[in-house]
Design a protein around this ligand. Sequence first.
Ligand code: DON
Length: 326
Amino acid sequence: MSTNSPSGSTGSSTAADRARALTVEAHERFKSVSDGKVADYIPALAATPAELFGVCMIGTSGDTYAAGDSDYEFSIQSVSKPFVFALVCQAVGEDEAREKLGVNSTGLPFNSVIAIERTKDGTTNPMVNAGAIAAASLAPGATAEAKWRFIHEGLSRFAGRRLTLNHAVYQSETATNQRNQGAAKLLQGYDRIYFDPIQATDVYTRQCALNVTAKDLAAMAATLANGGVNPLTGESVIDAVHCQHVLAVMVTAGLYEQSGDWLYETGLPGKSGVSGGMVAVAPMKGGLGTFAPLLDDSGNSVKGRLAARFLSEQLGLNLFASNPAG
Ligand code: DON
């Protein structure tokens, strides 16, 4: 991972040693933090061992640094949202995607229905549930299966391997996702969903139930940092121009009503999920993927936030950092 370290070295063994040591240190520092709560509104998530903690950084050249439970598989949940938005931007263009989904922060929790009512036209943004279900409905394909194939294949290309469905989580959320179905129906009332609302919610629920590891999340984040090219496979997943739009929406809404606090801490676009996954993207440098299921009140991983802040500070990744000229 190239950094703004004082030596200015890029890809040298010194920079690599430092990135490796800092990844291990981030894990060591925060592994004993026990604040937060494992999500249980999706019953299958409640059984996740609370102490799990994985950290992985992947640079735009593919250099990979990992510590802790970075190979443990968990359902991706909301961390899928920016990547599906990216695939939809690629498919329909960034202007149509913005017009149909909205890109402004709601300032409200991820599952808010009021958020739909508060805008004139019923748009939210693709990082919250309503906008993400609308994004899934915009996936190319005339049937739910075709839309699912598009999303499954696209997310797998971001990760650089074929992702598998966590059937227990999918079934558990399907049995309990009436609130998301309600949001999708409300979107239909505003003409802001672009397929059958119940089927679109099902495609979205499957998307959220795909298994990933912290390493997969780091690869996905690194792809957004690298102009849409997966640094591990060399495959171009989306055009470079779409990365900046996706990152913009992650900055304003990636951690929901806590997005301002997150940006203040890290200076990076990020996205969280209720199973405990989190990504942070350092454009042209690399991606961070973390997994730790203890969540704060807004549904963001407590240890993930701490690790991202630590690594951003140590590696000089904050996008807003500057030094006096001369
Ligand atoms: O729709 C839901 O509620 C879940 N499938 C995803 C929510 C989520 O991950 C929110 N993130 N922090």
